[in-house]
Design a protein around this ligand. Structure first.
Ligand SMILES: Cc1cc2nc3c(=O)[nH]c(=O)nc-3n(C[C@H](O)[C@H](O)[C@H](O)COP(=O)(O)OP(=O)(O)OC[C@H]3O[C@@H](n4cnc5c(N)ncnc54)[C@H](O)[C@@H]3O)c2cc1C
Length: 450
């Protein structure tokens, strides 16, 4: 048993990481699907979209052959509508709300239709928006993730000159470095960033890290306002003995490697245990399996009923052949020659509800063991507590506190996205960026009277 790369042929790896939800083969397919939509009044799909995309309208525009109008409708509400069409958990959002579900029929393939319109716009670089002439106001944005990019686009539209400072070498945030490779490719992420910034008035400065190469005070002095869209940090530790052993990895680093190297260069074990049952855990498990791991086991300390991932995500893990262990918590990792060898797990039972409202896991005292050579930690992420505390930004365990307009306790400093909510979805971060842009525009107006 050991961690190895190149477990599968390059053809198999390519196949395993290809589009999970392929696009329409033919425009007729899109037309047929668009014509199924009954254009509900007060559409539930729009209500459940955090960015409130006018879904029946963009579908009607596809049905009537107005693809540019359709892309415009989508991007007006969600400038990352292209990426969201690939990564949104639509089963709990727009498609989950489609009235066809009530009739026990397949919901409209909203994401696929959204992808149809937006991919064409990005591929062909349709110029759908024109920014107002520059008004001389300058805003610094830290983080080129969905929150930062959406905020940048909304501000630039209004004539604000935006500079984005990003610590990585590419934009897109977790879209580029976190989301599973079979949902969105690095090439698409790059094209999406290029498309968003093609409006003009947005400069991205890469390899610039807040707290190291740039500092909040300096940004505040040189700009009229600052938006912090720094997301959350690394995976939460397990706080159990053996965590330092070789073969124990955090899910974010594992996925980051996968997103930034050849699949054939990413090592994976024979027997992989993944701790957690959120979207990150599912992604780490399914991608381990797709890299060629023999056995992948997901462990969760509660039951299926309390799981944080969606049914669709769980089904994907099952279809990929991952084992699922409910009511199981890691207790100790036992090593041999410095390498992880066994995972000792506690059997849990459910107790009284905790602060989250879910029944709490209680240790029964019984244990069992799993043979492992790799343990992936995916039990949540920790915010950048040190960074925000050092900058004197009011926060709760690192999660930045804001008011309704995105304002922090520091004048002229705004925030949104994962940095504030502790980790939700791309579409929530996009909306947070839009909301903060509104707050910033209001603030700038008050400061300068125009
Ligand atoms: C493994 C994984 C899989 C996911 N899968 C999905 C999915 O399938 N669908 C979905 O909708 N959501 C998914 N999410 C969640 C989604 O990616 C995030 O909610 C979303 O990206 C948050 O956007 P953001 O802009 O707030 O933060 P981020 O995307 O994290 O962007 C923050 C940006 O700030 C930069 N940054 C951080 N610190 C600094 C600093 N000090 N100085 C300068 N720049 C800095 C980062 O490099 C990054 O580019 C997933 C998350 C993870 C971890």
């Amino acid at each position: 048993m050991s961690i190895q790369n190149s477990r599968l042929s390059s053809e198999d790896l390519e196949k395993n990481f290809s589009d999970l939800h392929p696009p329409f083969d033919h425009p007729e397919g899109a037309l047929l699907e668009a014509n199924r939509c009954i254009n509900c009044f007060d559409a539930p799909c729009t209500k459940l979209c955090p960015t409130s995309i006018q879904i029946p309208l963009f579908i009607k525009q596809i049905a009537s052959g107005n693809l540019k109008g359709s892309a415009h409708t989508i991007f007006s509400s969600n400038i990352m509508g292209g990426g969201c069409s690939k990564v949104c958990p639509v089963e709990k959002l727009c498609e989950g709300a489609c009235v066809y579900n009530l009739l026990e029929e397949t919901p409209i393939a909203i994401a696929k239709l959204q992808r149809y319109a937006t991919e064409k716009a990005i591929d062909e670089q349709w110029k759908l928006f024109t920014r107002k002439p520059s008004n001389g106001k300058k805003v610094a944005i830290v983080g080129a993730g969905p929150a930062g990019l959406s905020c940048a686009h909304s501000l630039s539209l209004e004539g604000v000159d935006v500079t984005v400072f990003e610590k990585e070498a590419k934009g897109g945030g977790l879209m580029t470095y976190g989301v599973a490779a079979y949902k969105v490719t690095p090439e698409f992420c790059e094209a999406e960033v290029k498309y968003i910034t093609s409006i003009g008035g947005i400069e991205i400065k890469y390899n610039q890290e807040l707290g190291k190469t740039i500092h909040l005070d300096e940004l505040r002095k040189k700009h009229d306002a600052v938006f912090l869209g720094i997301g959350v940090g690394i995976a939460r530790g397990l706080q159990i003995p053996g965590e330092e052993l070789q073969g124990v990895e955090d899910a974010i680093s594992f996925i980051y490697n996968l997103r930034t190297s050849d699949y054939s260069k990413v090592g994976v074990g024979d027997n992989v245990a993944v701790i957690g049952m959120g979207m990150t855990a599912i992604d780490a498990a399914t991608q381990s399996k797709r890299l060629g791991a023999k056995e992948v086991t997901l462990l969760y300390r509660r039951t299926e009923q309390e799981k944080p991932c969606t049914d669709v995500e769980l089904e994907l893990a099952r279809l990929d052949g991952c084992n699922i262990l409910w009511l199981s918590a890691p207790k100790e990792i036992i090593g041999e020659n410095g390498k992880a060898k066994k995972l000792v797990c506690s059997k849990m039972k459910l107790g009284a509800p905790d602060a989250s409202g879910r029944k709490s896991p209680v240790d029964t005292g019984e244990t069992f063991e799993l043979e492992v050579d790799m343990v992936i930690k995916a039990a949540g992420q920790i915010p950048f507590e040190d960074l925000v505390t050092k900058s004197a930004i009011e926060n709760k365990e690192g999660k930045i506190k804001i008011d309704k307009s995105g304002k922090t306790n520091i004048p002229g400093v705004f925030s949104g996205g994962d940095a504030v909510n502790g980790g939700k979805e791309v579409v929530d971060a996009v909306q947070a960026g839009k909301d903060a842009a509104e707050g910033i525009l209001e603030y700038l107006k008050k400061q300068t009277g125009k």
